[in-house]
Design a protein around this ligand. Sequence first.
Ligand SMILES: [Zn+2]
Length: 103
Amino acid sequence: MSFLLPCPNCGPREVEEFRCSGEVTRRPKATPTLRELTTYIYFRDNAAGLHTEWWFHRHGCETWFLAERDTRTNEVARTWLPAASASGASEPSPSAVPEVPAT
Ligand SMILES: [Zn+2]
């Protein structure tokens, strides 16, 4: 399956140029319970529809960025660098965007 993914630096490129690192996770509080920590490490929302995920442009500018993609159609609604929001769109809450992707 192929689709175009717009890199914030390079513009639209074939998805084969990128590596997906999964959906954005929410870090638990500083001293999480075992359940909170287990949920953070092992469970994902796996939404059927729009969700936000980490992407890496491995055959391009080698930049990590965020993309909002519909998992049913692979339609990409927007992409943006973690420090900035897409124009006209609300920025995800800081707790929803970790400093580095969880791998
Ligand atoms: Zn790029």
